[in-house]
Design a protein around this ligand. Structure first.
Ligand code: FAD
Length: 458
């Protein structure tokens, strides 16, 4: 009997347990359903849709080498898969576990209607598997990381299976009919220049990165350098698995390689949090903040124009503006700058972290329910881990410390002619007219945030 492979954020053939199991059981029908219903208010953002289009195209090309192809559909995934099983006489549906709450529900729903086999594979370890001595899931990163390092002794990465085809293929939508690409205006030019989605491009990029992984420890913090792996959108869409990356690094023993592995563990940690707290990216987990801390339009605060200035990269803080414009132009932002830009929104502007989370959700090519939500909640200090609110990052000294001058020149062209000394904090007398004044001074913002925080605590 034919076997259906249900694809979601696992768009690869290597180290893909669902493909391997399906191929062992019979002819394979790979299916991707564009589902804007099941995720409710979490349907894919614009930048992720752009990525998905190209990633599906790339997987279809890879399947072509096996004389196979992708079957594309639109609608509620569980309904469509149940229909496809009936129509094709498939023996079972095979998929990789996903931990977003809407996918867990869809998996339960489908399992009631058909034979569904789910496999682990998009994370280093299945969420919930690595627990404290008392058997509880971890809420704090460092002990989780140590436990993961203790547990992981390499992986048996699965090879690409050979596929056989069904006698009849079910009908498929055309990729263009999914309307994943922006039309007017087409804002995706810069994203297309910056990225090539797909497994082959990801592996090539990772091989280049491995040549410099020993410098990762320092270079990953420098926005002007290309010092991190830029694997996040490839990992998010499952074009590579973290187990493949871990395995590819097995001969690398530098401190940089260890740090890189702990970043991959952050990604697992975020899934562990949403596995325990499915609404984590939606809800502050500490009391008081939502009612008392954020400036709130319902209490007469005008935050809209400041939120827009932040989104458009016009806050008057060059490092924040460079980051926000990098995000808009390329669909990605350097990690250190993500922290600075998020801290700025939350603490300098006292705007509810969820406004930022939502903007990133729409604009990041790696927008991820777990990683995005957990990082926003971590910066805001409202989560179950550390209380970070009082750690207010100083954008100007961060910009100097991490040598962001060239980065700012690239993304804030109004400041391109400024000297290395002045570019981090252009003095009023030489601030180009086209570049906005600061929304609020750093000292004033810091005092306001701390006052609001202490008032909330009282
Ligand atoms: P590298 O430094 O090369 O790291 C390797 C991989 O480790 C990354 O690809 C990523 O999968 C993982 N990783 C690294 N740092 C983190 C982290 N802090 N949390 C979780 N995983 C991590 N990452 C996303 O993948 N999706 C998001 O939506 C996302 N939103 C974020 C929002 C904020 C406010 C912040 C501060 C961070 C966010 N991150 C997110 C984490 C991090 O910024 C990106 O994973 C990283 O910048 C991606 O670049 P890279 O692949 O070159 O990372």
């Amino acid at each position: 009997k034919p076997q259906i492979v249900w694809l979601r954020r696992d768009l690869r053939l290597r180290d893909q347990a669902a493909f391997c199991a399906a191929a062992d059981a019979g002819p394979v029908i790979p299916v991707y359903v564009l589902d804007d219903e099941t995720p409710g208010n979490r349907k894919l953002g614009g930048a992720a849709r752009w990525w998905l289009h190209h990633s599906l195209k790339s997987l279809d090309d890879d399947l072509g080498r096996h004389h196979s192809k992708l079957v594309l559909r639109r609608g509620r995934a569980a309904d469509i898969l149940a229909e496809l099983v009936a129509q094709t006489g498939a023996g079972a549906v095979h998929g990789i576990h996903h931990y977003e709450p809407w996918w867990r529900e869809a998996e339960r729903d489908l399992a009631e209607r058909t034979e569904l086999h789910l496999y682990h594979g998009n994370y280093l370890m299945p969420p919930g598997k690595v627990t404290t001595g008392a058997g509880d899931p971890y809420k704090i990163f460092t002990p989780f990381k140590n436990a993961m390092f203790d547990r992981i002794h390499g992986f048996d990465v699965l090879e690409e299976p050979s596929l056989t085809n069904p006698d009849d293929w079910p009908e498929s939508d055309r990729l263009d009919d999914l309307n994943l690409l922006p039309s007017t205006p087409d804002w995706s030019g810069g994203i297309g220049e910056a990225w090539t989605p797909g497994t082959n491009a990801a592996i090539a990029r990772f091989e280049d990165f491995l040549d410099k992984v020993s410098d990762y420890e320092d270079d990953r913090n420098l926005p002007s350098e290309d010092g991190s792996s830029r694997m996040s959108p490839h990992l998010h869409h499952g074009e590579v698995s973290p187990r493949m990356l871990w395995d590819a690094m097995s001969r690398h023993t530098s401190e940089g390689a260890r740090t890189y592995r702990s970043e991959l563990i952050w990604r697992d940690f975020a899934q562990n949090l949403i596995y325990q707290f499915p609404d984590y990216p939606e809800k502050s987990y500490r009391d008081g903040y939502d009612d008392h801390l954020w400036r709130n339009p319902n209490r007469g605060h005008l935050i809209e124009s400041e939120l827009e200035a932040w989104q458009n990269g016009r806050t008057g803080y060059p490092i924040v503006d460079a980051g926000m414009r990098q995000l808009w132009q390329t669909g990605w932002m350097h990690n250190r700058v993500r922290m600075i830009a998020a801290s700025f929104l939350i603490k300098h502007l006292l705007i509810d972290w969820r406004h930022g989370e939502r903007w990133f959700w729409d604009t990041l090519v790696d927008a991820d329910y777990g990683s995005n939500g957990c990082n926003w909640q971590w910066v805001s200090g409202t989560g179950v881990d550390s209380n970070m609110f009082v750690r207010i990052m100083a954008p100007l000294s961060q910009s100097e410390k991490f040598d962001a001058a060239d980065y700012i020149r690239k993304f804030v062209p109004e400041l391109a002619d400024m000297s290395d000394e002045q570019i981090h904090d252009p003095p009023d007398e030489c601030r180009p007219e086209a570049y906005p004044a600061k929304l609020i001074g750093h000292k004033e913002a810091r005092e306001r945030a701390l006052e609001a925080y202490h008032a909330m605590k009282d």
